[in-house]
Write a new protein. Structure first.
Length: 307
């Protein structure tokens, strides 16, 4: 999806699931994220070429870079009047960069950051609704009863649907795909308090502010590990304030996710269409794996067209 909406570069992954470019890309993303989580804790692995995982990681990075160069080349080959001014690549092209190497680097980062995140959010969504038929039924009643003008709902038409919005929030709360959260470096030394104990962090330390513990903490949510969209609709004003403060799947403050709006459009529209048209049954339970993103590895579902 990100190829099409952000870079006008379709991978045809939807209409041809055996498409070799899409499959090669998925394999490279898998290799990249498998090794990246080790690199977070041991950056020295970067140079350990004897490890096959490290070699495959470098191979994946090379593949992404070539792909991003190709996306940019195709953009440059497109006559200016046919370029899509709403695409991300259009703006990257217009922005001043010191070199094309850096420009390609940004295409690369946006591509990676926008791929697994929305994809796995949708996968987790399908999983939770397949496991909770009561919730799916209630959601389908709301979607069926809504008065959409066209065949597919628009983003604006979905905004006033309370249960739909509660479901999306609950999916992103209980299965936050960017579960590792933000990485920051301390400028000077600073004190942090955790569990009533004070810790001193010297300057130059890397800190991971993980999102998952906040999004599932029972002190905030009561039953933080239970999938229950109703919590968003039943909460008192006071509780809702606390929920909204703790709900930060895109992190917060100036360096929060730059793709929040695009991600929400993709996730909401895709889920609305999926849940309006299909029932789902889980065939294989996923193993939750937190690599760069938090993914439902191995999840297999059967979709049944609604009549
Ligand atoms: C459900 C989907 C997504 C989630 C949950 C998500 C979440 C996040 C989070 C938690 C961060 C870290 C922010 C921080 O360091 O405080 C982040 C960073 C980022 N995201 Fe997303 N993201 C999603 C989709 C996207 C999409 C679709 C794009 C691009 C098209 C994108 C581009 C980025 C970029 C470029 C950064 C780095 C921002 C920076 O360092 O300033 N994300 N995202």
């Amino acid at each position: 999806m990100i190829g099409e909406v952000a870079f006008n570069y379709p991978f045809h992954a939807f209409d041809d699931e055996r498409n070799s470019e899409a499959l090669a890309l998925l394999a490279a993303i898998h290799e990249y994220s498998k090794e990246a989580r080790h690199l977070f804790v041991n950056p020295l692995r970067h140079w350990m070429y004897r490890l096959s995982d490290v070699r495959r990681y470098h191979g994946a990075i090379g593949m992404f870079r070539r792909l991003c160069q190709e996306m940019y080349r195709q953009f440059l080959d497109t006559p200016p009047e046919q370029r899509d001014p709403t695409s991300i690549i259009f703006h990257i092209h217009k922005a001043p960069y010191a070199s094309d190497f850096e420009r390609i680097g940004d295409i690369f980062m946006l591509f990676l950051a926008g791929h697994d995140t929305t994809g796995f959010t949708i996968s987790w969504g399908v999983y939770h609704l397949a496991k909770n038929p009561r919730v799916l039924k209630k959601l389908q009643q709301e979607l069926d009863g809504a008065d959409f003008a066209g065949d597919l709902p628009t983003y604006e038409e979905l905004s006033p649907l309370p249960y739909f919005n509660a479901c999306i929030k609950e999916i992103m709360r209980i299965s936050p795909v960017a579960s590792n959260g933000s990485i920051r470096q301390t400028e000077g030394g600073m004190k942090v308090t955790s569990g009533g104990v004070d810790y001193w962090l010297p300057g130059g330390y890397e800190i991971y502010a993980a999102i998952m513990p906040v999004l599932t903490d029972d002190r905030i949510w009561g039953d933080g590990n239970v999938f229950r969209p109703e919590r968003w609709l039943e909460a008192s004003e006071e509780q809702l304030k606390l929920y909204n403060k703790a709900f930060q799947p895109f992190s917060m403050a100036p360096r929060s996710c730059i793709g929040t709006n695009l991600a929400m459009i993709e996730v909401r529209l895709t889920m609305a269409v999926l849940f309006t048209r299909y029932e789902f049954e889980v065939i294989q339970e996923p193993t939750p794996v937190s690599a760069v993103t938090y993914k439902p590895q191995g999840l297999t579902v059967r979709s049944i067209k609604r009549t």
